[in-house]
Design a protein around this ligand. Structure first.
Ligand code: SAM
Length: 278
């Protein structure tokens, strides 16, 4: 079987089963198994794929057709400007979360910033992306999940950021006795009753701890804001991701705790996705 045939077959089968990213997924599988880059995939359309590789490709197709995301199959995912190691113990980093990195980078450019705290760091994707662009600052990532902290530490070594970063197992700020200039967070914000409505590739492959925001989806914002003042410096900024319909409620929770809304940022669908407070 030649490359173009197998690519067509994979795309078609993914499309039939309702996978929106059918063609992209087919390309990602072939690139990974054949160790090709995008250009090699195009110029080698007539390449006869060895039998061993064909077997591997179809084994992966089977997993993908059952709903497993490509990133979880290959245990890696591109986020901002780096590739992160991921596993079933961490949330698959989402493109909309890159907005937090951009906001933090802009704030750092304009203000004298020494350090940054990432609450619910997961794979470490937010914290490490900011540290990679800002070599003069240090960061701490915390997570309740020991397994997530393990993955974040692996990523910090892989990206050679282990001198700039530290990771701790902590229930939000409980284990923190230090003050920060920036606090970033993408906390779990799905209402418990809505978890079952999520697509299979999310609810079956992202950990429940990374999704479940309690009865109304807002429990983590309430928990975070309660202890936030203790861990921030005077002019610190809080950059926090929210669910598509939570802007008003999260704003209220923060206002009640004396935080001032600085700005709302939209995602590509025009929905409020990140709020900043001081
Ligand atoms: C939505 S995920 C975000 C992961 C990563 N920051 C990202 O954006 O891809 C939320 C993270 O919060 C962590 N988490 C949930 N409850 C927590 C708690 N009580 N204390 C600390 N971390 C918690 C989860 O384990 C998960 O890694």
């Amino acid at each position: 079987m030649i490359l173009s045939e197998i690519k067509k077959k994979l795309s078609k089968n993914f499309l039939i089963s309702g996978i929106e990213t059918a063609e992209l997924d087919a390309r990602l599988i072939l690139k990974e198994i054949l160790s090709f880059d995008d250009k090699e995939l195009i110029i080698n359309e007539n390449y006869h794929i060895p039998k061993g590789f064909i077997k591997e490709i179809f084994a992966i197709e089977k997993r993908r057709l059952k709903g497993e995301p490509i990133s979880k199959i290959f245990k890696k995912r591109d986020f901002y400007k780096s590739t992160f190691i991921i596993s079933n113990d961490v949330l698959d980093p989402r493109p909309e979360t890159e907005l937090i990195v951009e906001i933090a980078n802009n704030f750092i450019k304009k203000n004298g910033v020494k350090n940054i705290l990432d609450l619910g760091t997961g794979s470490g994707c937010i914290l490490l992306s900011v540290l990679k662009e800002n070599k003069m600052i240090n960061g701490l990532g915390i997570d309740l999940s020991k397994e997530a902290i393990n993955i974040a530490q692996k990523n910090s070594k892989k990206l050679q950021l282990d001198k700039q970063s530290n990771f701790l197992i902590s229930n939000w700020m409980e284990a923190i006795n230090f003050k920060f200039d920036i606090v970033v967070s993408n906390p779990p914000y799905i209402a418990s009753k809505d978890i079952k409505k999520l697509s299979n590739n999310v609810k079956n492959f992202d950990p429940l701890l990374s999704l479940d925001g309690g009865e109304d989806g807002l429990n983590c914002y309430r928990a975070i804001v309660k202890d936030l003042k203790r861990v921030i410096n005077k002019n610190a900024i809080i950059i926090i991701e929210i669910g598509y319909n939570q802007s008003k409620f999260v704003e209220e929770i923060f206002k009640k705790n004396d935080f001032k809304l600085i700005k709302k940022y939209n995602d590509i669908n025009g929905l409020d996705r990140v709020l900043t407070f001081q």
